[in-house]
Design a protein around this ligand. Structure first.
Ligand SMILES: [Zn+2]
Length: 406
């Protein structure tokens, strides 16, 4: 089982009175959070809501208009924030050189803080049902305030799915931003994983330059996702980049950075729909098989010189990441296999022969059995075969070249 987590960002359509109510409440929440933070700091960081509750609850109940549920919520908010900071400190140890010039590392903990964590904005964490709930046929949210609960209109438009298909709504954070009020609701869904022992569809994906992806599936259907337009656009990006690098001025450097960002955004715009198409074209329980491209450079014989350098591109890795993430939500899985010989093996007779591949005409001709195919398609076929081997129990499937021994 996997737990999928998302955050639902819901706009609250408050009137003026409600806006004031929410502001008063979240300011009081902020005030208590800072008091708790000071107490935690003064008492050697007990990251335990119960302990804090024991020490502060009575005092808060007497001195604050927040209800008892919300006071408990303040304790949890502060503990969670300190835990996050503790994790960050652990990840950044203190480094120094000792007398022998040897680098030393010291792990940091919360005692490295020289003042309590500060809650700088009005906020509130609301527990489902106790502090917020949906009403009137999902058109309004009822929220805790310092006085009576208030009912604020909202719309589920765009979020309909999250209210139907097994998502569980958790604690929500009330957020004030740009003069508007939002509720960020944490939602989770328990999902079954891809099951390697159950029947599965295997889809081989060959990533390349001419075709950004060539897909081969079990119905022996091939799909090509053209990369030519992408190549041309990259070429343009690269020309501009070279010019800017040549200039080398401060403003050129700034422009260079902007260009990089633009190129990244543009690749993201390609990878998102491509991974989405793949996940929606095939049913759940699909194994997407890709080559492990770590440490691989592409064969670039058929490319203009100017394009031969950018081929271990992050764009390929981004596609992999998107596919993994989107696949997870529908019980599909990404498998990475060794790229060795995937473009040299004949899928019909198994012969591995480099010269069978004709780069100039993008075709594969088997010398032994006369099988012919487009060379990108052939790669995807071999990749799919390795996926099937994995399903059959081979742990690290790869194509091995066996040399005949007499
Ligand atoms: Zn053959």
């Amino acid at each position: 089982m996997t737990t999928l987590g998302r955050t639902l960002k819901v706009r609250l359509y408050t009137n003026t009175i409600q806006a004031t109510q929410l502001l008063d409440m979240s300011r009081e929440y902020q005030r208590l959070a800072n008091l708790v933070s000071q107490w935690v700091f003064d008492h050697d960081f007990p990251l335990n809501s119960l302990k804090i509750n024991h020490a502060l609850y009575k005092k808060f109940r007497q001195g604050s208009p927040l209800n008892s549920q919300m006071i408990q919520s303040v304790f949890r908010t502060v503990v969670a924030r300190y835990k996050t900071v503790l994790e960050q400190l652990k990840q950044h140890p203190y480094r120094y050189q000792d007398e022998d010039k040897k680098w030393m590392r010291v792990a940091k903990d919360l005692t490295w803080l020289f003042k309590p964590l500060h809650f700088s904005r009005p906020q509130a964490d609301l527990v489902r049902q106790s502090n917020y709930s949906f009403g009137n046929n999902l058109t309004e949210i009822s929220l805790t305030t310092l006085g009576k609960r208030t009912k604020v209109p909202f719309t589920i438009k765009g979020f309909e799915q999250c209210f139907q298909t097994g998502w569980k709504l958790g604690t929500a954070r009330l957020v004030h931003s740009g003069g508007k009020w939002y509720l960020h609701i944490g939602i989770t869904k328990e999902d079954t994983d891809f099951d390697p022992t159950a029947p599965a569809q295997v889809v081989g994906i060959d990533r390349g330059l001419r075709f950004i992806a060539t897909i081969f599936d079990q119905q022996r259907k091939t799909r090509f996702f053209d990369g030519k337009k992408i190549l041309l656009k990259r070429h343009k990006f690269q020309k501009t980049r070279a010019e800017l690098q040549h200039r080398g001025t401060k403003s050129a450097k700034k422009k260079l950075k902007q260009l990089q960002q633009r190129e990244n955004r543009w690749m993201t715009d390609i990878n998102h729909p491509l991974s989405k198409t793949l996940v929606t074209t095939y049913d759940p329980q699909t194994l997407f098989v890709l080559e492990d491209l770590t440490n691989v450079t592409f064969n670039t014989d058929d490319l203009p010189k100017s394009l031969r350098n950018s081929h271990r591109s992050w764009a390929f890795f981004q596609l992999e990441t998107f596919l993994t993430y989107k696949g997870q939500a529908v019980q599909s899985q990404v498998l990475k296999v060794s790229p060795a010989f995937t473009s040299q093996r004949c899928p019909k007779c198994g012969l591995i022969e480099k010269t069978n591949r004709h780069h100039d005409i993008h075709e594969y001709h088997c010398q032994q059995c006369r099988y012919q195919s487009n060379d990108d398609r052939l790669g995807a076929m071999n990749i799919a075969m390795l996926g099937q081997e994995w399903l059959d129990g081979v742990k690290h499937p790869r194509i091995k070249k066996v040399t005949a021994t007499g």
